[in-house]
Design a protein around this ligand. Structure first.
Ligand SMILES: [Zn+2]
Length: 700
C-alpha cells in the first residue's frame, strides 16, 4: 500500500526473505528520546511501547552532542544499543538527523554559523534553530554528522527511514540576514536575472537611486531608514526558502546515496503558518510529514488575541486547512510526525485536551488524508525547555490522562488497516494558496488589517461549510480536475498563471476571486494595465478604483441571484465597472453608494466571479456556497454545525468519516445502510455522535 501511494516501502517489508506479500507496515508510533532517558529504562520503554501497539519511533533528532562529542569523533554506540533494544520488541526506527541543534563545541569554534535576525542582531547559542541556512561551515558539519549516521545505520534492519533536521525556519527568527546569506542572495540573483541590467530594470532600482553596478552591492532587507524595494524584499523571501531547501537537499543527497532502501522526509508545520515555501521543501522527499498540535494552537491564538476563549470552530477549521494543504503538497497521503498527546507548551501549558479530543484530532488527520501518526512524545521530559510538553507518560512515568485514549485510537487504526490509511481523498473544489501573494502582501498589505493567511483561512472556512473535499493548490497548478477554484487576494499574478485560469474557465470551470486580483506581476511590480490585469477579459470587469476602508461604513446589497440580507463591507472595496459581466451586488452607502461590488462573467463554457467587497463572514459564506452549488459541487452529507464529514476512497471502497468537534451529542442522517467500522454495528437512517465523537462508516 505504501508503494502504491508512491512511498518507498520500509525495508522490513523489502527484506521479507520469503518474498511473500507481507502486511503493509503501518506508521503508528511515538517520538522517543533515549538520549534523555537512563539506559536502564530503555527495555521497559520498548516493551511498554510494543504493548501499547506502537509500530515505530522517531529518535535522535536533537542528539548531536552525544553522537559527535568532539568535532570529527563520532559515537553511535549508544544509539545502536537503543535501536537494538527497540528492535527486540519489533519497534521500527525513523532516525532524525540532528542539525536543528548544534552542540556548544561547534558554536564555540565556529561562531559565524549563527543566524542574524531581521533587526540585524546575531542570535546566540543556547536554544535551537539559531543557525544560518547558507553558511558553508554549518552545511559541511551538518552533512558530516548526517553522512556518518547514514553510513552507520544504512544496513540496520530496524531502521526504516529518516527525518532530515527538524522544523526548518520555525523559530523566533524564521529568516537569516547575515553576510553569508547576503552573498548567497547575490549569487541566487545572478543566476535568476543573468545581468545587473535585467535586475535593475526588473526591480526598478532607479527609484531612490538604488541602481546597482555590481552584484556585491545588493543588500538584504535589514532596517535602512525606509521601506525596502518590494521586488527585492519578495525575492529575499524566495531566497530564504531556496537556502533552507538546498540545505535540506544536501542531506537528502547523502541519504539517498547511502540508504537507498529507506524513506526520507522532514517535519514542519503548514498553513496557516507560511514561513517557508513547503512546496519546494518537500518536492524531492518521499512523503510529507507535518506536526499537529491543535491545543497548542489554541493557546497561541489566545495569547495573541488576549480576549478570552478562542472559537473551536476556528481552530478545527484552521487545522483541517493545514491537513488539506499537507495532502495537496504531493497529492498523496501524508504522515503526522508529531501529534499532540497531552498538554503542550514551553513556558505555559496549553489546555488539557477534553476527553475524546486526542482521539478526535488523530481521526481528523486520517479523515483528511494522513497515512500514519507518531505521537509526541513517549515520556515527558523532566529537564530542558520542553518540560511542559506532555507525552504518553507523565513526569513520574505514570500514565498520562491521554494514555488509554491514544492506546485505543492506535488499536482502532490498526484494525481499520492500511487500505484506508493509504486511500485517496477526492476533491472537486480547489483553494489556491500562493506564497508570492502572501509574502508580497506582508511587505505591502495595503491596509493594516489585510492579511493573506486570514483571508485564506476565512475562505477555507466558508467553503468547508459546503462539506465537500477541498484541495489546497499552487497558483499555476493543473485545474482540469476541479469544478470550482477559489482564489482569494491574488495580489501577485503572472501571465502564465492567468493563462491557466483563462483555459479553466473557457473549458467550463467556475473561478472565484476578490479584491486585489492581478495588482502585481511575479516581479512585484504594479500591473501597467487596468485591473484585474491579465484577467480583465475573463472576469469581464475593469476596476475603476480600489478603496481601503478605515472608519466609513460601507454596505452591500445583493441582486436576486444571490438573494439574502444586505451585507457589510469591511476593510476593502474595489469599485467595479462591468464590461461583459453581470452585476450581483452593489455598495449601499458611502462615497461609492450605487456602484458595483460583485459580478459574474460568462466566459467560454464557464463563469468567473469577482467579489470586490471585503464581505462579512456570513455574506461571504452565502456567496461562495451559492457558486459552489452552481458549479455542481454537492455536500457529502448534511451534518450539523461543528461536525466534519470527509470521504476517502480506493478503487473499490469508500470510507466516510464523521467528526464531532463539539462538546454535545450530535445526530447525522445517512442515506442507506452503513457499517460502523469502529464498532461493527450496522446503521440505517441516522447515527449519533457523542461529544468529540468519531464514526468511520462504509456502505453495506
Ligand atoms: Zn545567514
Amino acid at each position: 500500500m505504501l508503494a502504491a501511494a508512491g512511498i518507498r516501502r520500509p525495508n522490513r517489508a523489502l527484506a521479507n526473505p520469503n518474498g511473500d506479500p507481507s502486511p503493509s507496515p503501518l506508521l503508528l508510533g511515538v517520538d522517543y528520546y533515549p538520549d534523555q532517558t537512563p539506559e536502564a529504562l530503555w527495555d521497559e520503554d520498548a516493551r511498554m511501547m510494543a504493548e501499547f501497539g506502537f509500530t515505530n519511533v522517531r529518535i535522535a533528532e536533537f542528539a548531536w552532542a552525544l553522537m559527535e562529542p568532539v568535532e570529527g569523533k563520532f559515537d553511535f554506540s549508544w544509539l545502536g544499543r537503543a535501536v537494538q533494544t527497540l528492535h527486540k520488541y519489533n519497534i521500527a526506527v525513523i532516525l532524525g538527523t540532528p542539525s536543528a541543534a548544534p552542540p556548544p563545541w561547534l558554536t564555540a569554534k565556529y561562531p559565524e554559523i549563527v543566524e542574524v535576525n531581521a533587526q540585524g542582531a546575531p542570535l546566540h547559542p543556547g536554544g535551537r534553530r539559531f543557525t544560518c541556512p547558507t553558511n558553508k561551515t554549518y552545511r559541511r558539519l551538518s552533512l558530516a554528522i548526517a553522512g556518518q549516521m547514514a553510513r552507520t545505520f544504512a544496513d540496520a534492519p530496524e531502521v526504516i527511514g529518516w527525518q532530515i533536521d527538524n522544523e526548518l525556519t520555525l523559530s523566533s527568527s524564521p529568516r537569516c540576514y547575515c553576510n553569508y546569506c547576503q552573498a548567497g542572495f547575490q549569487e541566487w540573483l545572478r543566476s535568476k536575472y543573468g545581468s545587473l541590467d535585467n535586475l535593475n530594470r526588473t526591480w526598478g532600482t532607479v527609484f531612490w537611486s538604488q541602481t546597482y553596478t555590481d552584484f556585491s552591492q545588493v543588500p538584504v532587507p535589514l532596517p535602512s531608514g525606509g521601506d525596502p524595494n518590494p521586488s527585492l524584499a519578495l525575492d529575499y523571501n524566495r531566497y530564504q526558502s531556496y537556502a533552507n531547501t538546498s540545505y535540506l537537499e544536501e542531506q537528502l543527497a547523502v541519504l539517498r546515496k547511502t540508504c537507498p532502501r529507506h524513506f526520507v522526509t522532514t517535519n514542519n508545520v503548514g498553513l496557516p503558518l507560511d514561513l517557508i515555501d513547503l512546496r519546494s521543501l518537500y518536492e524531492k522527499l518521499d512523503f510529507v510529514a507535518f506536526d499537529n498540535y491543535p491545543g497548542f494552537f489554541e493557546m497561541l491564538l489566545h495569547e495573541q488575541s488576549k480576549s478570552g476563549p478562542v472559537s473551536w470552530d476556528y481552530i478545527y477549521t484552521a487545522t483541517a486547512l493545514g491537513h488539506d494543504f499537507a495532502r495537496s503538497l504531493h497529492g498523496k497521503p501524508f504522515m503526522i510526525m508529531e501529534q499532540q498527546s497531552g498538554k503542550a507548551g514551553q513556558r505555559t501549558f496549553s489546555p488539557q485536551p477534553n476527553k475524546g479530543q486526542l482521539r478526535l484530532w488523530t481521526y481528523q488527520t486520517i479523515a483528511h488524508g494522513a497515512m500514519g501518526v507518531n505521537y509526541f512524545r513517549w515520556d515527558t521530559a523532566t529537564f530542558g525547555a520542553e518540560e511542559y510538553w506532555h507525552g504518553i507518560l507523565n513526569h513520574d512515568r505514570s500514565k498520562s490522562p491521554g494514555f488509554d485514549e491514544i492506546k485505543q485510537t492506535v488499536k482502532e487504526l490498526k484494525a481499520l488497516g492500511a487500505e484506508v490509511l493509504n486511500a485517496s481523498y477526492p476533491a472537486e473544489t480547489a483553494l489556491v494558496f500562493d506564497y508570492d501573494s502572501d509574502w508580497a502582501l506582508q511587505i505591502q498589505p495595503g491596509h493594516s488589517g489585510l492579511s493573506y493567511t486570514s483571508q485564506i483561512t476565512s475562505w477555507y472556512g466558508a467553503i468547508a461549510s459546503i462539506r465537500s473535499g477541498i484541495d489546497v493548490i499552487a497558483p499555476g497548478a493543473d485545474l482540469a480536475s476541479y469544478k470550482i477554484v477559489f482564489a482569494p487576494v491574488v495580489y501577485v499574478l503572472s501571465e502564465a498563471q492567468a493563462a491557466k485560469v483563462r483555459s479553466f474557465v473557457q473549458s467550463g470551470g467556475v473561478f472565484i476571486s476578490n479584491f486585489r486580483l492581478g495588482a502585481k506581476n511575479e516581479f512585484s511590480q504594479m500591473a501597467r494595465t487596468p485591473l484585474p490585469g491579465p484577467l480583465r477579459d475573463v472576469m469581464g470587469v475593469t476596476i475603476e478604483d480600489y478603496v481601503p476602508i478605515y472608519s466609513a461604513k460601507q454596505g452591500v446589497k445583493f441582486s436576486s441571484a444571490l438573494a439574502g440580507a444586505d451585507g457589510e463591507c469591511g476593510m476593502w472595496a474595489d469599485v467595479l465597472q462591468p464590461t461583459t459581466a453581470e452585476v450581483l451586488g452593489s455598495y449601499t452607502s458611502g462615497a461609492h453608494a450605487g456602484r458595483v461590488a460583485i459580478t459574474v462573467n460568462s466566459f467560454g463554457k464557464g463563469k468567473a466571479v469577482y467579489i470586490g467587497a471585503d464581505l462579512d463572514p456570513a455574506s461571504l459564506t452565502r456567496v461562495l456556497r451559492s457558486f459552489s452549488a452552481l458549479a455542481g459541487v454537492k455536500p457529502l452529507l448534511d451534518v450539523p454545525s461543528g461536525v466534519e464529514v470527509t470521504v476517502r476512497s480506493s478503487d473499490r471502497k469508500q470510507w466516510i468519516f464523521l467528526l464531532n468537534h463539539t462538546d454535545a451529542a450530535q445526530t447525522v442522517n445517512i442515506p442507506g445502510p452503513h457499517t460502523d467500522l469502529l464498532t461493527g454495528e450496522s446503521r440505517t437512517g441516522s447515527v449519533s455522535l457523542g461529544a468529540y465523537g468519531v464514526r468511520v462508516l462504509q456502505a453495506s
